[in-house]
Design a binder for this molecule. Structure first.
Ligand SMILES: [Zn+2]
Length: 688
């Protein structure tokens, strides 16, 4: 009855040669079928998002993806089985394929990394068991498929458990361990029972499925503490590299930032907030010291050290009885003494090593798994939940700092976020390649993107990241609001800098001081002092956040002589000018020289008023823009309107004179950079 493809092949290699075309064809067919099934899952997403394009893209892209995975896996497993001399009948081969397909589909749905790598294990076990004379019955194969399903569902439970409790194991490791353990136990059980196996394994699947559904239910409020009116909890969220003008509340594309827009309706929205620096480290140092880069001195290299003598915001708040914690996604903040004053400092470690392998890029390109694309938001939210539930001191108010990094280069958001902003498959494919290739570039390819289609696609890829960041923020705020009384929490959301997306041919945020980079979003939610939905005009800086916090606490700021002032709407008066700096310093040595003109390596000082903007350059290439008639900053009036140029230069000097210069040492000391840290910075484009 059974037509064994291997019946004459005692030699495994010969058997493999005889059967590999069949394996390829069957794997390919199963791959396409898998793609179609997976697309149906995505239709559920589309049904709620009213995007009719997506099912078509899903069938194509996921079909190809499953095909990519199943053909090589099929060959590896079949080859291994043949070499070991196992002989499978045609029916058994199909059964084993079905087992793999189920496994693969679940992996695609669940997306834990190691489960993907372990996918062939149950398949091989299945092949081995199915081939044993005592088990030579199709029921065994199907039972084992069902058990594999159960194992994967339970793995999902581990993820659910991790998300809700912030357990100590990583998602992938926990899921993989559980899958393997449950599978092994289940196989042993089935072998022991020998009879009625289909019923037993089906029951097992039903039990685990019900358990899964239960564990994925939304979690309710957990241990909400009594609100403290006098000492609010403080949450400061920095959306690294988030441009101001992409937020709907600042006139950005509709639907891109629904969470931030909702937050804006509940917050005071600042129209003219500026970062005192164009890149991560000095901007963050200014944020937590309340000082301009000229004063804190941490400005000229990626691994500069925030001087221990500076008093940071968490230190100030500790003196007022606050528990302090920071969760950062940007590796620049790791090893820069940013942790000073934080009782708990966590720089989430995204799997950069695997992330940049070729095969990983291919998977990312094709849409899986999110965990490999995420730049830290998922883990940050887990850490936040873990800290709130397990490490938080309920006797004290807390200050929590969170840095999220999704809009940062490289732009390669999860597929469904890409598909949501790019509306045809040809553009989606081209844009995805553009995003994926950033990983491999020895310099930033994105910087070389010229005008035209590529440039437009790169902007779309950035928007996809913004959309993904907004979704991740929504999850984080939901988890936060389940644990603290949000109305009694001072919630500040801003960005350390924006991102230039081709304005005047400039990309990224290094060497760029246009408004796309220096003007940042700023939302402050604290209804009793910051009226919901209020729009606040008038220039302010990130350095104003420290004084604002102490104004809300109604306490004197432990660090007097800070340049900033409170942003509370009842007191706020806009400044005359915004001041920012770009100081390349040692950074210059780390970038590929040919990517930048020499003049771009100058120190830049920016004075921005409500109408005119002066960019002073140490290279002598000064610029003046009239932002009213030239918001794109493309017509240099420095020599045309000399009167304004002189008066702004004078105002800039006056402002700088009022700022103490960092003088403890000539420049802030640098921290040593280990290999792993260097690799992480390289992948973010800071080092080449
Ligand atoms: Zn940054």
């Amino acid at each position: 009855m059974q037509t064994s493809a291997y019946s004459d092949g005692a030699d495994g290699s010969a058997a493999l040669r005889a059967t590999w075309p069949g394996v390829v064809v069957s794997s390919a067919l199963l791959g396409l079928a898998g793609g179609a099934v997976y697309a149906l899952c995505e239709v559920a997403f589309v049904a709620t998002d009213a995007d009719l394009y997506f099912p078509v893209a899903s069938v194509a892209i996921y079909g190809i993806l499953v095909l990519f995975l199943s053909v090589p896996l099929g060959l590896i497993v079949w080859g291994g089985a043949s070499l070991l001399g196992w002989r499978l009948s045609a029916r058994q081969q199909w059964a084993v394929h079905a087992a793999l397909l189920l496994q693969l589909l679940l992996v695609l749905l669940l997306r834990p990394m190691l489960v993907l790598l372990l996918a062939p294990v149950p398949w091989l076990t299945c092949a081995w068991l199915a081939n044993r004379r005592a088990l030579n019955d199709m029921r065994w194969a199907w039972s084992l498929c069902a058990i594999a399903t159960a194992a994967c569902l339970l793995a999902a439970d581990v993820l659910g458990w991790k998300r809700s409790t912030g357990g100590g194991v990583t998602d992938e490791f926990g899921a993989a361990l559980t899958a393997v353990a449950v599978f092994t136990v289940a196989v042993l059980l089935v072998r022991l029972l020998k009879r009625g196996t289909l019923a037993v394994s089906t029951a097992l699947v039903v039990v685990v499925a019900v358990g899964s559904a239960w564990s994925w239910r939304p979690f309710g409020q957990i241990n909400t503490p009594a609100p403290s009116l006098m000492r609010p909890n403080i949450v400061l969220i920095v959306l690294d590299t988030m441009r101001r003008d992409v937020l709907g509340c600042y006139g950005g594309p509709p639907g891109l930032t629904s969470c931030l827009d909702q937050l804006a309706r509940e917050s005071a929205v600042y129209d003219d907030a500026y970062s005192p620096a164009a890149w991560t480290l000095p901007a963050h140092a200014s944020l937590i010291t309340g000082l301009f880069p000229r004063t804190h001195g941490c400005r000229a290299d990626i691994h500069h050290w925030i001087d221990e003598e500076m008093i940071t915001l968490p230190e100030m708040l500790q003196r007022h009885g606050y528990q302090t914690a920071a969760i950062c996604s940007n590796a620049v903040l790791d090893g820069a003494n940013f942790e000073q004053g934080f009782e708990r400092f966590e720089c989430v470690d995204v799997p950069m090593g695997l992330e940049h392998m070729r095969i990983t890029r291919l998977l990312q390109l094709l849409g899986l798994p999110d965990g490999w694309i995420d730049k830290g938001s998922v883990r940050s939210t887990c850490e936040l939940v873990n800290w709130l539930d397990h490490e938080r001191d309920r006797e004290r108010p807390f200050f929590l700092f969170v840095n999220l990094l999704e809009p940062h280069q490289p732009y390669l958001a999860p597929l469904r976020h890409r598909a949501a902003v790019i509306d045809n498959i040809a553009d989606l494919s081209a844009a995805s390649w553009l995003g994926a290739n950033q990983y491999e570039s020895t310099e930033w390819d994105i910087r070389r993107v010229g005008p035209g289609r590529n440039s437009e696609l790169a902007r779309k890829m950035y928007e996809a990241e913004v959309r993904y960041q907004d979704d991740a923020l929504a999850e984080l705020i939901e988890d936060l609001s389940a644990r603290v009384e949000l109305d009694q929490t001072l919630l500040i959301v801003t960005a350390d800098h924006g991102e230039s997306l081709g304005e005047n041919g400039r990309w990224g945020h290094l060497f760029v001081v246009n408004d796309a980079v220096l003007r940042v979003p700023l939302l402050i939610r604290f209804p009793s002092r910051f009226p919901a939905g209020s729009r606040i005009t008038g220039i302010c800086h990130l350095t104003d956040i420290v004084p604002t916090i102490f104004d809300v606490l109604n306490e004197p700021c432990p660090q007097d002589s800070l340049p900033g002032r409170s942003l509370a709407p009842d007191e706020f008066r806009g400044a005359e000018y915004a001041y920012s700096e770009w100081t390349p310093g040692a950074m210059v040595r780390r970038v590929t020289p040919r990517a930048f003109r020499k003049s771009q390596l100058s120190n830049l000082r920016v004075l921005r008023g409500t109408r005119f903007k002066l960019v002073w350059s140490s290279g002598g290439d000064h610029q003046l823009f009239d932002l009213q008639s030239d918001p794109a900053e493309s017509h240099n009036l420095y020599r045309v309107n000399e009167e304004i140029s002189r008066s702004m230069e004078f105002a800039m000097e006056k402002l700088r004179d009022a700022l103490p210069q960092y003088s403890i040492r000539e420049n802030a000391p640098s921290a040593p950079l280990d290999d792993r840290h260097e690799l992480r910075l390289k992948h973010l484009g800071y080092i080449h």
